[in-house]
Each structure stands twice: as C-alpha cells, then as structure tokens.
Write a protein that binds this ligand. Structure first.
Ligand code: NAG
Ligand code: NAG
Ligand code: NAG
Length: 670
C-alpha cells in the first residue's frame, strides 16, 4: 500500500498548485478557501505514515504472499462449454457465497483480504461455470429434477472437500442441457431487419440518383439525394469549419483524445466485469499510478460536457439578429435531437434485437442477453433521454448515461444562456451557479456518504453493476453531478467573449500563458493523484468531500487550459490536439455508441476466463478503437449524416421563404 503514502511536501505541492489554479478563476475565492481548508486538514492529520482507504477497525489484511493468495479458492472458473453441451450434458453458471466456522483460518484470510474492498474482489464469493453432469454424476439421482440444487451440491461438495468451506448458491445465471436452440425471429427482429434493408435500399437508390442526375435536376430534388453515400462521404471528409472568434481546432483533437481515453477505460472496465484469470495481478496493480490514471480517465467525460456547452453558448452569443427566444430554443433543441437521435436509436434497436443473436458462449447469456433484456425494458427511457434518472439501477448500454445527462443539461444550459444573453452579470452569475452546484454535490455527498470516482470503480462494484452504490446514480451519471461541467463550459464561452469585447488581451500576460499551458498536464496529473486525497476511510469525510470536488477541480484546470488554447496560446498539446484526428472527430459519436456492444461480443464469446494485464491492454485497446471507429463509418454514412441532410433539405425549403438567416446545423459539438 506504499502508493497511498503521501509526504508533507507532496501535500504542499498539491495545495500550492490547486490554489494557484483556483486563484486565477476570478470568482472562485470561496472555492479556494474551502479547498485550502480541506487540504490543510488532510495535511495535518494524515502525514504520519501509510494510510489506506479502509476503516482500520475491521479485520483487514493488507499484504498476502503469493503462496497465501493462491491457497484461496479461485474466484472465477469455467468448464469447457462446447464439449459439455455437445454431449448433451448439463452446464450451469452462477455465483456462490462461501461460509465456514469461525475457526477456519483460510476463511479468515479470505474475509480479511476481501475487507480491503477498495482494491480487492470479494473472495468469499465464487463465480463458476460447471459442467455439472460430468463433474458430479453421482449426485444426479438426488437432484435430477432440479438442476440448480444439483449445481449447488456439486460446487459445495468440491469446496467442502478442498477447503472445508461450504458454498451456497446466491445467484443462478442459468442451467442448460444440450446446445442452445436458435430462437425463431421475433417480430421486433424482423422489423429491424426490414428497416435496415430499407435504409440500404434507399441509400442505393439515392446514390444512383446522385451519380446519374444532372446538376440542374439535383437542385430541385435535394431531399431525394439525402441518402446518397457519395454526398455523406463528402460531408464526412469535409474540413471541419473553423471559427474566426475563437480557435477551436484543438476541440477536434480533444474529442478524439477523450474518446480514446474512454475506450481505454472501458477495456479495463469490461475486462473486470467478466471472468478473469489473473485476479491477483489486477488487485495488485489497482494502486499503481497508471491504473489510478486509467480508472480516473472517466473524468475526461467532463470535457465533452464542457465542449458541448461552450459551443452552445458560443453560437448563441455570436448570433447577431434578434431571433425570438422561443424560436431559438426550439430550433436549437430540434437540431440537437436530429443530430443525435437517429443513430442512437438505431443502435439501441439493434442492441435490443439482433445483438443477442450474434454469438454463443458460457458468458453470453449473462452479459449480452441479460443486457439486451434490460434494454428492451428500458428502451422508452432512452428514447426520452431520461435513462440516467429513471430506473438508474438497471444498466443498459451504460455509456449512454452521458447522452441523457447531456440532453438534460443542454436544455438547462440553453435556457440559461438565452435568459442571460447580453447581460453584464452573466459571467458572475454562472460562476456563482458553478459554486452552488458544487456545494450541492458536497451536500449530497455528505448526506449519503458517497465515494469518489476511484472507489466507485472498484472491482466488486463494477462486477455488480454498481448495485447499492449511490455515488453512481447521484453524482456520476446524474444531471446535478455533471452540472458543474456544463456551467464551466458556459462560463468559458462568456468569459472568452467578455474579454474579447472589453479588449483585454489575456494572452499577453505571461503568468496566464504559463498557467494555461500547464493546466492541461495538470488536469491529467490531478486525475492520477486525486485518489490519494481520499484519506484513511473510503466512506469517511475526506472521501465524501473528494467525491464532490474531484470534478470541479478537474474542470478548473480544463477551463484554464482551453481559455488559453482558444485564444492562441501556443503549447505542444495544443498543436498536437489541433492536428489529431482527420475524420475521427466526426466518428467519435458513433464510436461511443458502438464500442461497448462490439467489445462485449468479443468478451462474451470467450470460453475461458480472460487474462487482462498491461501487455494485453494496448492490443485490446487498439483493436477495439479500430473496430469501433470503422464500424462508425457506415453508421455515419447511412444514418447520421443522411438524417441531418434530409432535415436540412426539408427545413431550408420552408425557411427560405421566411427566414433566410438559418443557422447551420452544428454536428461538431459532441
Ligand atoms: C463479501 O460478500 C459477502 C456475502 O455477500 C458479504 O457478506 C460481505 O460483506 C462482502 N464483503 C465485503 C468486504 O464487501
Ligand atoms: C472441517 O471443519 C470442521 C468444523 O470446523 C472440523 O471439525 C473438521 O476437522 C475440519 N476438517 C478438516 C479436514 O479440516
Ligand atoms: C454443503 O455441504 C456440507 C457438508 O457436506 C453440508 O453440511 C451443507 O449443508 C451443504 N450446504 C449446502 C448449501 O448444500
């Protein structure tokens, strides 16, 4: 646990850098005071030695030798699925709760090790896929009628025999005799296939028309050419328009960079969710800096909120003509819905229909079919963009919490910007709201004793889909938890234009330039080191506080970095981000939708527990990135871009008569 040891000097560094960056935000004095008081308290109480994120009063074992570790029963085990079922044997999968008399030493070790719950799996739970009829034929007569009790006795017998520990089935995934039967196509699946074929047919017709019609005819039948693949391809590879009032080229690269970080995090996340063979390695690497950074890589989702709300505010603030508020509100919202919904709903529909037919394997039923069922149940919440607040405990396409939270906050941000437009007090008010929402997060965090991001993403919580973990529903995916990010984006835009309008050339200040340049690495640095500030008890006050302020601090770094970058402060990361990507920024949305179902197909068709480590990660990360971005191309060409083009064609026609100053559909704000 040496990594959690922080010296006074390190604390001092954290204090100084946090306060410097906070000090630069004009209206953040309250936050500075609060953060400094908090850090001072941490520094005063916790400099005495190794502290760990567990309550020390429990029986907690912090170190085990390899020999002691491997004396414990294996957490995950899978018998050969195919050979079992092809011989018409019985295959069962499920999880077991272990128990033993108090004098059982091995069991004491297992509980002690599990009590280090921030890093370790719960070793008193075993997960098994067993060819029951082959392993325990002698129990067949007793249990033939009830496959689940047969399964239970079989595993219980082996743990009793090997370890003198009894096992009780607490969750049965399935029991199955013989190979799975191919289910007939459901009406829903047929409908999806029909629509999918129709889209292909329309694309073929539209493309043919585009290739054969004369330019003159095309002008009148623009809508008929919406689905032309050639036209969509041109849209896809067209250079992303730049803006004269702010240099936003780095946004494109930032989008790709953030998406790649999310892919990396999800590779690790899904690998932990499935059956893994090297649990020892995973537990040991939990506290190493690279794992801390990777686990906290989810903080970069905040960047998407910042960019999306920045672009929203920018568009509204630059609007010259006075279009009525109501009209602007509806046209902006419809633009956004048209941009996101077609591909989103189509992928959701695919997930609820054909996804589960694409593979087999021992893990398929739980991880793919199980999720598809949740998705069928929750489909309507996704359509209404409320899946993060309605039945938040049921997880379907977990990454889509972002789309829901973003839509909700987009509405709020849009209203707020429209109301504040042109008022001098706007910036001040947004800064105040940023602090108010941060304070609300503090209040929620202390009321429900919420854990910070790193503790939230612990192995056992990931496996259970964050069951009973309030931090996921209340902060991680909730609108309130993400409101500071949206406010930060709005604030950035207002600050930027206010400075421009008042003629302040902020980039002329050397101090600001340096702070801005260093803020980008500082944001990453913060993601990697902030778990160290959680203090000794993962549910204690320091951890609760961290859960509330880890995102706002990250956001302050991001805002400072971006404020410089869009005003032309040159830095290596800015030029790197400005040139990163090509067409990738436009495909990031598709990749966000597709990477989880695709990677799950890969994982759920494994027939043995996977090995997941530092050597496999780069390969799987690269693989899933390439596959997701490539899969995003047809999605963009056949659904996303044509739908936007069609909408543009239809509305331009009507509006040309009334309102020639139509704004362009912004497809780059995700
Ligand atoms: C491990 O699982 C058992 C059985 O569900 C539970 O009683 C125990 O509290 C868990 N241990 C930890 C540290 O969460
Ligand atoms: C198993 O546990 C029981 C009860 O604690 C004990 O009596 C017995 O000797 C143990 N058996 C072995 C093989 O350790
Ligand atoms: C497990 O096996 C032990 C020893 O044979 C037995 O006493 C116990 O009742 C069994 N437990 C279950 C849940 O089958």
């Amino acid at each position: 646990m040496h990594v959690y040891k922080l010296t006074g000097v390190q604390y001092a560094c954290i204090c100084v850098s946090v306060s410097v960056s906070l000090g630069m935000a004009a209206h953040a004095r309250v936050a500075v005071v609060a953060a400094l008081a908090l850090l001072a308290r941490i520094a005063a109480t916790d400099t005495t030695g190794p502290c760990s994120l567990y309550n020390s009063s429990d029986n907690v074992i912090h170190e085990l030798t390899d020999a002691e570790y491997y004396a414990m029963p294996k957490l995950f085990d899978l018998d050969d699925y195919e050979s079992c079922l092809s011989r018409r044997e019985v295959y069962c999968m499920g999880s077991f709760e272990l128990s033993a008399p108090p004098d059982n030493q091995l069991f004491q070790v297992m509980t002690g090790w599990s009590n280090k719950w921030v890093d370790n799996y719960n070793h008193t739970l075993l997960h098994r896929g067993v060819c029951v009829s082959q392993r325990c034929p002698h129990l067949a007569n007793k249990h033939n009628a009830h496959l689940d009790t047969w399964f239970e006795s079989c595993v219980n017998e082996s743990t009793t025999w090997d370890y003198n520990i009894t096992a009780q089935l607490y969750h049965l995934d399935y029991c199955q005799r013989g190979p799975p039967r191919e289910a007939p196509l459901s009406a829903n699946q047929r409908a999806f296939a029909a629509v999918f074929s129709a889209v292909l047919a329309i694309a073929a017709i539209s493309t043919t028309l585009d290739l054969t019609l004369t330019d003159h005819t095309k002008k009148d039948y623009g809508w008929a050419l919406s689905w032309s693949v050639r036209r969509s391809w041109r849209d896809l590879i067209a250079p992303i328009p730049s803006s004269s009032s702010a240099d936003l080229r780095c946004f494109n690269g930032l989008r790709v960079f953030c998406m790649m970080s999310i892919l990396l995090e999800h590779v690790a996340w899904l690998s932990i969710q499935t059956y893994t063979s090297n649990t020892r390695y995973l537990e040991q690497s939990r506290s190493s800096p690279d794992t801390l950074l990777m686990t906290n890589g989810t903080l970069v989702v905040q960047n998407f909120f910042v960019m999306s709300s920045f672009l929203l505010a920018q568009k509204l603030l630059r609007q010259r003509e006075k279009v009525s508020m109501v009209k602007t509100f509806f046209s902006t919202m419809i633009n956004r819905i048209v941009r996101i919904s077609p591909s989103y709903f189509l992928v959701m529909w695919f997930v609820t229909t054909w996804w589960e037919r694409l593979g087999v394997g021992p893990l398929w039923a739980t991880s793919v079919v199980g999720e598809a069922e949740v998705c069928r149940r929750k489909f309507w919440t996704h359509v209404l963009y409320v899946n993060n607040v309605v039945h938040p405990e049921d997880k379907c396409m977990i990454q889509t919490w972002y789309l829901a939270a973003d839509m909700q906050l987009y509405i709020a941000g849009l209203l707020l910007t429209l109301l504040l437009r042109g008022r001098r007090i706007a910036t001040l008010l947004l800064a105040a709201l940023f602090l108010i929402f941060t304070a609300m997060n503090f209040a929620m965090s202390f009321t429900w004793r919420l854990v910070p991001n790193f503790v939230l993403h612990r192995p056992e919580a990931i496996r259970s889909g964050y069951a009973g973990e309030n931090a996921f529903d209340m902060i991680y995916q909730s609108p309130v938890g993400n409101a500071p990010a949206v406010l930060a984006g709005l604030l950035l835009a207002h600050l930027h234009y206010q400075l421009r309008d008042s003629g302040v050339r902020i980039t002329e200040y050397k101090l600001f330039r340096w702070i801005s340049i260093l803020s980008a690495p500082a944001a990453l640095w913060w993601a990697a080191v902030e778990p160290l500030l959680a203090g000794g008890d993962a549910r204690g006050a320091q951890a609760n506080a961290l859960a509330a302020y880890e995102r706002p601090v990250f956001l302050l770094f991001v805002v400072l970095a971006l404020l410089g970058a869009i005003n032309g402060v040159k830095s290596p990361w800015r030029s790197w981000l400005s040139h990163l990507g090509g067409i990738l920024p436009r495909l990031s949305f598709g990749a966000l939708l597709l990477h989880l179902p695709l990677y799950k197909i890969f994982l759920a068709t494994r027939t043995a527990p996977i090995q997941f480590d530092r050597w496999s990660t780069p390969f799987e990360w690269f693989g899933i990135s390439v596959v997701s971005y490539i899969a995003a191309i047809p999605l963009a060409l056949l659904v996303e871009l044509p739908a936007q083009t069609l909408y543009k064609e239809l509305t331009t026609r009507r509006r040309e008569e009334h309102d020639p100053t139509r704004e362009k559909l912004d497809r780059n704000d995700m």
